[in-house]
Design a protein around this ligand. Structure first.
Ligand SMILES: N[C@@H](CCC[C@H](N)C(=O)O)C(=O)O
Length: 292
């Protein structure tokens, strides 16, 4: 089977986007993995499948699969690329959209400067929302929030990190580091992402606070590895920093692939807004391996 695809990127987080508005392709996890493969396929961190409206008042639905083939709930950079895609393809003429994802309804808006702002919904900090197993753990209160100790490796080794946990539709564990460039992202990222306390696994963020309006971030993503940028990771890190009293409500988050601007009032019922770039890289057609 051959499929048409669009390769896109948002702050260096890259995507294969599939138009399923006229029919579902019914791809298997192995076929998503093939598309994401940088040697044998197209190459991407995530595959985005654009589908028609599932309900009144909703413009589209889009599905997100990580490079490992697993379906996930939310993707911030993907949301901006999704919005750019449906406009560029003439699938809508609207600037503001309401979109169903597995992680809830989000609302992207194309801005006159070519960027996209997304209402990403409310951040949640309850361990049950990730889920995060807190049995036998003692949280450390800080600001309006909590940090949790997470033991890495064998308990006897004594290695542990303090994390803030945030659900942005998908799960995030954020830790503070002095210098994001020398942070052990490749070493401890996989240990956190696959930690037994996170039943659905987790995205592991490493944030350096530069000043109250500026942070630097690297994210070891669940189902992918370190990416050049993570939109939900930036929202989660900013929300955690704001709630902990370390950041102001308007924050620039710099990642290796680019900058996102995040704004959140700090009120539990208010949405996080994320603004950043979204661009098409190329389009093509590829033959998929058959399902076994
Ligand atoms: N890159 C994304 C997040 C994609 C999903 C994530 N890896 C997960 O498993 O939850 C973003 O920009 O938010």
């Amino acid at each position: 089977m051959q499929v048409l695809f669009t390769k896109m990127q948002g702050a260096g987080n890259d995507f294969v986007v599939l138009d399923e508005t006229r029919g579902c392709l019914g791809l298997s996890a192995a076929q998503y993995r093939f598309l994401a493969d940088r040697h044998f396929g197209v190459g991407a961190d995530q595959i985005l499948s654009v589908r028609p409206s599932p309900a009144p008042g909703i413009d589209f639905e889009y599905l997100i699969h990580n490079a490992d083939g697993g379906e996930v709930e939310q993707c911030g950079n993907g949301a901006r690329c999704f919005a750019r895609f449906v406009r560029d393809k003439g699938l809508t003429h609207k600037d503001s959209l309401r979109v169903q994802t597995r992680g809830g309804v989000i609302a992207p808006r194309l801005t006159p400067d070519g960027r996209v702002t997304v209402d990403m919904g409310c951040p949640r900090f309850d361990p049950a929302d990730l889920p995060f197993d807190t049995s036998d753990l003692q949280a450390m209160p800080r600001g309006a929030a909590q940090q949790w100790p997470l033991a890495l490796g064998a308990a006897a080794s004594g290695a542990s990190v303090w994390i803030a946990i945030v659900a942005m539709g998908n799960p995030h564990a954020v830790q503070w580091v002095d210098d994001v460039d020398s942070a052990p992202v490749q070493q401890t990222g996989p240990l956190i992402a696959n930690h037994a306390r996170f039943a659905q696994r987790v995205n592991a963020g490493f944030m350096q606070i530069v000043d109250r309006g500026h942070a630097r971030l690297r994210v070891f993503e669940r189902g992918v590895g370190e990416t050049l940028a993570c939109g939900t990771g930036a929202c989660a890190a900013a929300a955690a920093g704001i709630r902990l009293g370390l950041l102001d409500p308007e924050v620039h988050v710099d990642m290796r692939g680019g900058r996102l601007s995040i704004s959140w009032s700090g009120a539990a019922a208010d949405s996080v807004f994320m603004t950043g770039p979204a661009a098409t890289v190329f389009e093509g057609r590829i033959e998929l391996p058959p399902n076994p």
